[in-house]
Write a protein that binds this ligand. Structure first.
Ligand code: QUE
Length: 349
């Protein structure tokens, strides 16, 4: 009997495991060989579990990873590139629309949603975590939105959450794809709690063992002193805000060029190696998203994916980063002409 009850609550698609333990829903990303890069099947499985659990009286939902290295490296963007090369628009449309629907569901989830980030978290992995109520990081956590490196753009609601970060932090993170440490993530507010790697896997059982204790108190009790004082972002905050609050890419570059020191020189060099199309698109998208709702941002991003994934820079960016891995992309002239007031992109044909 108890076996039946136990198995009835466990689902295993091979890449995502879901189970209920002591009133806590646990979703475990388990595509370890691909650093948990999200397939359509995975986002569908997560979305289905959350939909099923929405009104069942769970205390909390915890999202974690079976990989010791990664929380989630992003979307399976290589499959998207293959779809583009094969002319299959529908497969990519299904991936992005399901992924963004999941992002919106997490943002509005009626039960505390807790992500345990104990490794790499990029792109789509940020979309699974930052929209939820609690984002726990360990010392192993690195967070980033590196899409301008692959000819794409910060999606999964980034036009909403990056554009709302203090000062010009979001523009800086979205344009450069800079990697955040746990300290940086706590400094920006993208992470909410810091727990040692040794204690982070205790979160689901501790929540289950203390059904009357508030979730936030439990996360704080398991936590260690915040390393936020070590944040490199905090250290460079003045320069970031000055350089990245400029209105145009040219002016950002001018301000970096006029700023003394290694940070500005390195940042300028980084930007010079990224897709000019992605940079332009990202700057406009973040400015647009600042005054919109999450739903409007996700809709605008979905409309953008349809064009971007067929441009030479996206094909080339994935080739250089994930297919040939030569890390030497040859960017084309930008085909992006701008966003209109509704967030609709115009493209050069
Ligand atoms: C920038 C990115 C991504 C990236 C590398 C970048 C990204 C992404 C992956 C990725 C990693 C491992 C995989 C995979 C994809 O790499 O978004 O399929 O197995 O998903 O420089 O934005």
């Amino acid at each position: 009997m108890s076996d039946l009850v136990a198995t009835a609550t466990v689902q295993n698609t091979g890449t995502v495991r879901t189970e209920i333990r002591g009133g806590i829903g646990v979703i475990t990303l388990d595509r370890v060989t691909a650093l948990n890069a999200l397939t359509t099947e995975m986002v569908e499985a997560i979305d289905a579990a959350l939909a099923e659990w929405e009104n069942t009286g769970l205390r909390a939902v915890v999202l974690d990873s079976a990989s010791p290295k990664a929380f989630c490296a992003g979307g399976d963007i290589r499959a998207v590139q293959e779809n583009s090369l094969a002319g299959d628009r529908e497969a990519s449309e299904r991936f992005f629309s399901t992924e963004y629907r999941l992002n919106a569901r997490i943002a509005g989830y009626p039960v505390p949603f807790i992500s345990l980030i104990d490794g790499i978290c990029m792109g789509g992995g940020m979309g699974l975590s930052v929209h939820g109520a609690f984002r726990v990081v360990s010392r192993n956590a690195t967070l980033s939105m590196p899409e301008t490196r692959i000819g794409f753009f910060p999606d999964i609601g980034a036009s909403y959450f990056l554009s709302r970060l203090p000062g010009a932090l979001g523009v800086y993170l979205g344009l450069t794809g800079a990697r955040m440490s746990a300290a940086d993530a706590l400094y920006t507010g993208l992470a909410t709690h810091f727990i040692d790697s040794e204690s982070i896997q205790l979160v689901p059982a501790t929540l289950a063992d203390h059904p009357h204790r508030p979730v936030e108190e439990i996360l704080r009790a398991l936590g260690s002193p915040s390393p936020v004082a070590d944040s490199a972002l905090a250290e460079h905050r003045g320069q970031i805000d000055w350089c990245f609050s400029a209105d145009t890419l040219a002016e950002i570059d001018e301000r970096l060029a006029a700023t003394a020191g290694d940070w500005a020189a390195t940042t300028r060099e980084t930007l010079s190696r990224l897709s000019p199309q992605s940079l332009q698109l990202t700057l406009e998208l973040l400015a647009w998203g600042k005054q919109r709702t999450l739903r409007e941002c996700l809709d605008a991003e979905l409309a953008l994916t349809r064009g971007v994934i067929r441009t030479p820079d996206f094909i080339e960016g994935i080739r250089a980063a994930l297919v040939d891995k030569d890390r030497n992309p040859q960017w084309a002239a930008s085909r992006f002409l701008g966003l209109d007031g509704d967030g609709r992109p115009r493209w050069m044909h």
